[in-house]
Every structure is written in C-alpha cells, then in structure tokens.
Design a protein around this ligand. Structure first.
Ligand SMILES: Nc1ncnc2c1ncn2[C@@H]1O[C@H](COP(=O)(O)OP(=O)(O)OP(=O)(O)O)[C@@H](O)[C@H]1O
Ligand SMILES: [Mg+2]
Length: 242
C-alpha cells in the first residue's frame, strides 16, 4: 500500500507544486513507483510545471462524473505518474469530501509506493480532508515571520486532527541575517525542519521553461528529502537539517 504524503501550506506561492513534483521525481529515481496528484481543483498548476498541455481527463472529472481515477493518470518522462486537476475555470463548488478522498486513494494505493498530494493554499474544507487522508505531511514555508506564523496555525489544525508525521520544509531560503535561525523556527513552529531549499534562479528558470530538475546540485536536496522519507541513506547529508 502506498504511503500518502501531502505537501501543504496555508500560503500561496511558497513552492508546494515545485516541491511535490521534484520529490516525486527523486523518489522515482530511488526506484519507487510514484504518483503525484494535483488536488488544487480550482487553480491547478502541476500539469503546467511539466509542460503537459493536453489532459482531457482530470481529478475534477473523477470527482464530478465518477470516472475511474486510472483514466486521469498521465506519464511524465516515463519517470513519474501524474494525476492533474483541470486547467479550466471551475465555476461550481467542488468539495471532494473525506469518504471520496479515502476511497480514491485506497484504489490507487495498490499500484504505487508513494502518492504525493500537491494542495491548494488556505484553511479550506478540501485541505481538512487532505490532512485526514495523509500518512505524512510536509508543511512548506518561506523563512519570513508572517508566513511562518500563518503556517503555525496549520500545525495547530494538524494537531487537532491528530497528525503525528509532520515536518517543515523551508523554501526560498536566503540565509540572510534577518531570517530566523533554525532554533528560533523550531521554537516557533513546534515541528522539525527536514529540509532547507535555497532561493535560486535555477528554480524560476526550470518552472518558466517547464522542465523540472532531474539532476544537479539543487535536485540533490530532493534526493536527500527522498532519502529521509524512505529511510535510505543519501550521501550529501549536509543539506538536511533535523
Ligand atoms: N527555491 C526557490 N527559489 C526561487 N523561486 C522559487 C523556489 N521555489 C519556488 N519558486 C518559485 O515560486 C513560484 C511559486 O512556486 P509554486 O507554484 O511551487 O508555489 P505553490 O505554493 O504551489 O503556489 P500555489 O499556492 O499558487 O499553488 C514559482 O514561480 C517558482 O518558480
Ligand atoms: Mg501550487
């Protein structure tokens, strides 16, 4: 059965989609079968990140028309499977509900080792469902105080739902003197930081060109994250902060 990992944040634009996809590619490189699902049914981005313009069936269709989830799965570079949400404007309320999500993930779980859920920002009903349907949650934050404080509210929400396996991923880190230090972040957030990803133009370039990172210095951060998640040892440990 697949382990379900949600990548979440109450804030938009912190790097959830980028991290979901790169983690998926890294886990695939370790030899696991991985599916990345875009659960952001209103403002989906995942298919854009991989330059996939033609996705006739999406998660939105699976929810609305009870289409089998397998029909909405596409292969990216024969490395990782992707289940996108719609790129069209979704006019109706689309709450997927806990029973739907659990059944949907259960059906897919037999075919994968890891299922990664990219999520929408905010304290939404759909995100509450995701929190209750995941085995592990990676909370993404930038290292500035407003984002960290808002993210902390999501830690409290996760505590309310009894989530045990939750970790912080700091993204767009500049290591500037005005950014909070590891110890201060740990005190503020009450959870461990597993990874710090630097702010990098390489990320902006890869997203703009729709070509995800699959090797190199920045990609090694994700190999390390994959190593942490799977318990496999990866060499360049210095990138990880526990
Ligand atoms: N480490 C980084 N360095 C520089 N830019 C980054 C980094 N990570 C992400 N970005 C940029 O930030 C933007 C937002 O990233 P992304 O779409 O992954 O965020 P998100 O949290 O999924 O947003 P949304 O809440 O809208 O779904 C992208 O344009 C991406 O290029
Ligand atoms: Mg996103």
């Amino acid at each position: 059965m697949a382990k379900i990992i949600a990548v979440m944040s109450p804030k938009g634009g912190v790097g959830k989609t980028f991290i979901s996809l790169e983690l998926g590619i890294a886990l695939s490189k370790l030899g696991y079968k991985v599916l990345v699902i875009d659960t952001n049914v209103y403002a989906a981005n995942l298919s854009l990140y991989i330059g996939m313009s033609h996705t006739p069936t999406t998660l939105n269709d699976v929810i609305k028309f009870s289409i089998p989830p397998e029909n909405a799965i596409y292969k990216f570079n024969s490395v990782v499977d992707v289940l996108p949400a719609t790129s069209k404007v979704e006019v109706e309320d689309l709450n997927f509900g806990l029973r739907f999500m659990r059944n949907f993930l259960f059906k897919l779980s037999t075919k994968y080792d890891y299922i990664i859920l990219d999520t929408e920002p905010g304290f939404t009903k759909n995100n509450e469902v995701i929190i209750q349907s995941s085995d592990m949650i990676l909370l993404v934050s930038t290292p500035d105080i407003p984002t960290l404080m808002t993210t902390h509210k999501m830690v409290i929400l996760m505590d309310k739902f009894g989530v045990k396996d939750k970790f912080l991923v700091l993204n767009k880190v500049l290591r500037a003197y005005y950014e909070l230090k590891d110890k201060e972040i740990k005190e503020l957030m009450g959870i461990d930081t597993v990874l710090e990803i630097p702010f990098s133009k390489e990320v902006v370039r890869s997203v703009s060109l729709r070509t995800p990172l699959t090797k190199g210095r920045l990609f090694n951060y994700f190999m390390n994250l994959a190593g942490f998640i799977t318990g496999k040892e990866i060499k360049k440990k210095k990138f990880l902060f526990f």
